[in-house]
Ligand binder design. Structure first.
Ligand code: GLC
Length: 438
């Protein structure tokens, strides 16, 4: 790169930092951040966790508030909901009247979302400690105040979503994975009877081009599952026993395993009692023992498993590459080969679904597009297991897409163009916390 190009790049990076901050500010609702106005007008669980990383670069106090607000919506069971309805808005469907989930202190959805929060907290404190405003002691007090809530949430995943102790975590709804319309869910959801849901009006397709959003057929099934959960009063045992959709998700499993390891580190730092730490270690051991169940030799990667039929998905997804992030290293070289094969089919990494598969759609949500926060996790894991070149490649690809297209919901892996909603909080947060510091 010539020196003129270098100066130009440095300038563009500085401008991007300002724009990213603006995205967070525009989506700030005081004590929580909406993913983007209108399309997602409430607090979303894993969005808020990633957004806290971005806020920490702008206003550390605001980062803590984001986390504390999310955890304040925890249910008595330990579950932390995927959406918290802090206000009434009519630009989103399904709202609280459809979920019928008033189990927590605040109306919410009845399912959870990938538990990245403990890992975010570890990054904010142990990896990136603060030197003023109470410094490390202040951080410790704030982690101590939320530690029990995180521990109970993690325990909830094991009790509610792995009641047989397989060491891998099932989801009860495609939305629980955070990867809503992934092709993996098509077959397990196909048999769901959606005849009882009645007429409804979607709001998402009024705001984003329908070609980028899930099909109506998928939406019918999403709503049938919400109805089933609500009819069971969101009882975890009834859902584990009778929910038609019960699928082991490599994404949640990897993220929870990482989060458990990070929770243990936080617990050691805080000096929590030995019994408590031992029970976290036991949960980690169970998951380490279970992880390889997801290895699918025919696909040559980790895949999801439909626990109702016993069938494995035929293809890998971006979550297959999260094993390193989970601290599971046995299959790293096979996964890197797989990543290399994917990279030959699309210039931008990492597509959410295998680009060689006929179901790959570069512009439809989780059936192809690249998501920045997934890249952040994959790249972090690969760097930790010594795959620095791939880690850098993913980071640079993410940066290139943002320099080209700004901060949309996701990106096309074939062109780098924006896909879905615009002015998106977690994409901006990933710029602030990860790419800005490259
Ligand atoms: C979509 C995504 C989900 C995200 C939510 C809000 O539903 O699939 O992962 O949390 O939007 O951004």
């Amino acid at each position: 790169m010539s020196s003129v190009e270098e100066v130009d790049l440095a300038h563009r990076i500085a401008v991007m930092g300002q724009r990213a901050k603006r995205v967070l500010e525009d989506n700030d609702r005081g004590s929580y951040t909406v993913p983007t106005a209108k399309l997602y007008p409430f607090q979303w669980n894993w969005d808020s966790a990633f957004v806290a990383l971005g806020w920490a670069e702008v206003d550390r106090e605001r980062a803590w508030l984001e986390i504390e607000t999310l955890l304040s919506a925890q249910w008595p069971s330990g579950m932390v909901p995927h959406i918290v309805f802090w206000t009434r808005e009519d630009t989103y469907f399904p709202g609280p009247d459809t979920w019928r989930a008033e189990h927590g202190p605040q109306p919410s959805s009845g399912i959870s979302q990938p538990p990245v929060l403990a890992s975010v907290l570890r990054q904010l404190t142990l990896e990136h400690p603060h030197s003023s405003d109470g410094g490390v002691a202040g951080d410790k007090a704030r982690v101590a105040a939320v530690f029990d809530a995180l521990n109970r949430w993690h325990q909830w995943w094991h009790t509610a979503r792995d009641p047989k102790g397989l060491g891998v975590i099932a989801i009860s709804h495609p939305w629980e994975s955070g990867r809503d319309n992934l092709p993996d869910w098509d077959i397990p959801a196909a048999a769901i009877d959606a005849s009882g849901i009645g007429p409804y009006e979607r709001r998402d397709t009024e705001l984003v081009d329908a070609s980028m959003r899930p099909h109506k057929h998928d939406y019918d099934r999403y709503l049938a599952l919400v109805k089933f959960g609500a009819d069971q009063g969101w009882d975890d045992a009834a859902i584990a026993a009778g929910n038609e959709f019960w699928v082991v998700d490599p994404g949640i499993t990897a993220i929870l395993l990482r989060a458990e390891r990070d929770l243990l580190k936080l617990g050691l730092w805080l000096g929590r009692d030995a019994d408590e730490l031992a029970s976290i270690s036991l949960r980690i051991e169970r998951m380490e023992g279970g992880y390889d169940r997801m290895w699918n030799p025919e696909a040559g990667t980790y895949t999801s498993i439909d626990l109702r039929s016993g069938d494995y998905a035929s293809t890998g997804t971006s979550a297959s590459f999260l094993a390193a992030y989970a601290g599971v290293t046995e299959r790293t070289s096979a996964l890197v080969d797989e990543l290399s094969a994917w990279s030959e089919h699309c210039p931008f990494l990492v597509p959410s679904f295998d680009p060689r598969d006929s179901r790959f759609e570069p512009n439809r949500y989780w059936r192809g597009p690249v998501w920045a926060m997934v890249n952040y996790m994959i790249s972090t894991g690969l760097a930790e297991v010594g795959e620095g070149e791939w880690a850098d490649r993913i980071r640079l690809s993410t940066r290139e897409m943002m320099l080209q297209s700004g901060f949309p919901e996701s990106f096309s892996p074939t062109t780098g163009e924006s896909v879905g909603g615009l002015h998106f909080a977690w994409t901006a947060a990933i710029w602030l916390s990860w790419l800005n510091r490259m």
